[in-house]
Every structure is written in C-alpha cells, then in structure tokens.
Design a protein around this ligand. Structure first.
Ligand SMILES: *Cc1c(COP(=O)(O)O)cnc(C)c1O
Length: 400
C-alpha cells in the first residue's frame, strides 16, 4: 500500500491559535452543546448568507437529515449522480428511498441538467419508459415505487453544478433540491455561493476538505421549519421547538462537539485565505501540466464564477492506463487516487440494485481517466514541481 510517501495526498492547515482555542475549550469543561457551536453556526450563516446554519457531526449526517426534511420515505425517488462520493447516494437509502442515477456532463463531471429534466418528466408521467430510469433490479412491473420527491446534485471537486435548469425542473415538478456542497465551500455559480441555491445544502469538514473540524458538517437553509427539525433530529429528537414537531420522531446523535466547533470557527475566519491558497496550488499545477502530453487539467466552465478547489484532479487523455500511471507515481514516492470510483459500480450498489459497467458511460469514461494528485492549502511550489516531474516521467515512459 501507499507508504513513505514524500508528499502527503492531503493535509489540513491548522494554526497554533486554533490549537490553543481547542485547548481552552477542553480546560473550560464545556465540551458539547455550548457557546462555540452557536458562535460557529452564526458565523457560518453570515458567511453563507442563509437564514440558518446547523452544525452536525459529519457531512453525511447532514445529508441524511436533509433527506428526512425533504420527506423521503420508503420507495420515494431521488434523482442524483453516480459520479460522487458514495455518501451522497447512501443517505437516500438510509430513509428507504430509491436513487435515480442520471449521467453527468462529460466536461465538468457534474449531474447533467437535461437528464434531470428528462427523468423527472418520465417519472412523473408514469409512462412505461419511466421504469428505465429506475435501478435495473427494480425495473420489472412488480416493483412498487412511489413519488419522485427530490433532486440531490453534487458540486463535484468544488465546481458548481449548472443549477438554473435544475431549479427550473424542481419548480415544475415540485421537487425539493438538496445541494451536496460537501466539496464546494465558497464556490460561486453565476456570482452566487453554492449552498444558497436549493432548499437546503450540506457542507463537510473532514480533514481533506477546504476547512476542517476533524469530523463535522454544517446544514444551511432559509427554511425555519427545517432548521428547527434539524436541531431536534440531531439531538435525539428532543422536542424543544415549535408545536408541529410534537409528534414523536426517531432522533439521532449527530451533534458537533465544542472542540470541533471552535476549530471550525478559527478555520472559517480564514476561509478566503484557505481557498485562495488552494487556487494558487491549482494554478501551479495548471501551468506545469500544459507541458505534459496526455494529461489535461480539470475544466472550469463559464457558469463557475468562483471555483473552490477541493481536490486537484487531472485526466489522462491518451488512453494510457491510469493504474499504471499510479503505480509509476507511487514508485517515485508520490501518492494519487482514482477519483471517483462511480457509485453504481460499488459492490454494494451492484448487489442491491443490479447495476453494471456500461450503465452510465460518461461517468465511467471520466472515472477511468481521472486521477487526483496531492493537494492542500499548504502544498509548496517545490512539491508541485516534484509531482509534475514524476508525472511527466511516468507519462513519457508509458507513451512510447
Ligand atoms: C466529503 C463528502 C461527503 C461526506 O462528508 P463526511 O463529513 O465525510 O461525512 C459527502 N459528499 C461528498 C461529495 C463529499 O465529498
């Protein structure tokens, strides 16, 4: 396995000030449900420009609660993308929903809005072709499925999804829009921050993300009823809010602790700098990749008015086998990752839903050719040189 790598795949950027703030919390004795969480939430909603921000223990936990708020029940349908981290589809299954995967835009790797519209139209019409959008093992007439309720777009690698046509489809069919913004804090679509575009959005703070709280996440929404529901659900379903929540609901422990919250507060105060540093590293990569035959940088499209680089992913364009490139890099002490392995071909999804290779050709073509290189806010120009030299050598030896 990957050992003794000279350059880390990712690395958090944490200051001495943040470390001592965490120490202060530990010394205070108040480790959960305290003032740091409320401060972090207030700062986050101010940054996002949303009415509410609700801290949770992970991005996955936040997306799960968003599925509950969107009313997903057994057999309900949610349109989403197979080109993502597995959590974005798993949360649909947590509530018994059925993921309706549609293929992606071959350029950005983000969900294709035209396919979202086509799937919504067919599934709502109830026409025979509606079943073709269902996972293969559910297509026969005996499977009972319910309503199409929501769409869950993922802003892949920090690039905003083309949201306008998706929001239009959602309006037309009365669908809830849940943005998986876990990779995209600070990214802007046509001048607007992602996370403020749908009904609800979720951010994640795992250590490889643009900002970190260790484990942690944040749900943002303008809907006060949903914010109240989230606060109840994440805290064991405790019923301390409005009367409509009085029915007993199954709750969870998805709380964000005070140490994480104070770290998040520090990181958020530096978020513009953290994102700028990543953009600079991406720029260093872009400049050097121009000179490596068979390697292309990830395209940033016109609707992306601000890219927030989460990972730095390149495409191997000349049919060279990616695994061979990875092995060659690894020998040089440079780690890399095959981002993403599509969700529909994950063993669990194949078994449960009968998916096969070939079901989503654009996703699979991207997945076969994409390679994530080492990337972080604190990566140096010398390290970028080293990775690119290694990559250039690997490609030269493979392209005979
Ligand atoms: C990181 C990530 C998540 C989950 O975040 P966790 O905090 O690790 O649970 C969800 N979706 C996407 C696309 C992600 O990249």
């Amino acid at each position: 396995m990957v050992q003794n790598m000279r350059i880390p795949m990712s690395a958090p950027y944490i200051t001495e000030e943040e470390i001592s703030a965490v120490g202060d919390v530990l010394r205070s004795g108040r480790l959960s449900l305290g003032p740091k969480l409320s401060d972090f939430e207030a700062a986050f909603s101010a940054y996002m420009g949303t009415k509410h921000a609700v801290g949770v223990s992970s991005g996955t936990a936040g997306l799960h609660l968003a599925m509950i708020a969107a009313g997903i029940n057994e057999g309900d349908l949610v349109i989403t993308t197979p080109f993502s981290f597995v959590a974005s589809a798993n949360v649909i299954l947590y509530e018994g929903g059925i993921p309706i995967f549609v293929d992606v835009d071959p350029e950005t790797g983000n969900i294709d809005p035209a396919l979202v519209a086509a799937a919504a139209e067919d599934l709502r019409s109830g026409a025979p072709q509606a079943r073709h959008w269902l996972p293969p093992s559910l297509r026969d007439a005996s499977t009972h499925y319910r309503r199409l309720k929501a769409v869950l777009p993922v802003h892949v690698f920090g690039q905003p999804v083309n949201m306008d046509p998706i929001l239009e489809t959602a309006r037309q069919y009365d669908l809830r829009v849940v943005e998986d913004a876990c990779e995209a804090i600070g990214a802007e679509y046509k001048g607007n921050k992602v996370g403020s575009l749908g009904d609800v959005a979720v951010f994640a703070f795992y250590p490889n993300k643009q900002m970190t709280t260790g484990e942690g996440g944040m749900i943002v929404t303008d809907r006060s009823d949903w914010a109240a529901l989230f606060r109840s659900l994440l805290n064991q379903g405790r019923d301390i809010f409005s009367a409509w929540l009085e029915h007993d609901r199954l709750g969870y422990n998805y709380r964000l602790d005070e140490m994480s919250a104070v770290l998040g507060l520090g990181q958020l105060s530096r978020i513009d700098d953290l994102i700028r540093r990543r953009a600079r590293v991406a720029e260093w990569y872009n400049e050097r990749l121009g000179h490596i035959a068979g390697v292309a940088s990830w395209p940033v499209v016109e609707t992306t008015t601000h890219m927030s680089w989460f990972v730095y992913v390149v495409r191997i364009t000349n049919g060279v086998d990616r695994a061979t490139v990875m092995a060659s890099l690894e020998k040089a002490g440079i780690p890399s990752r095959p981002y993403f392995n599509p969700i529909h071909v994950q063993p669990f999804y194949r078994q449960r839903f009968g998916f096969q290779v070939g079901d989503f050709p654009r996703t699979e073509a991207l997945a076969r050719s994409s390679l994530a290189l080492p990337f972080s806010s604190i990566m140096t120009e010398e390290q970028v040189d080293e990775v690119c030299d290694g990559l250039a050598k690997a490609m030269r030896s493979l392209v005979k």
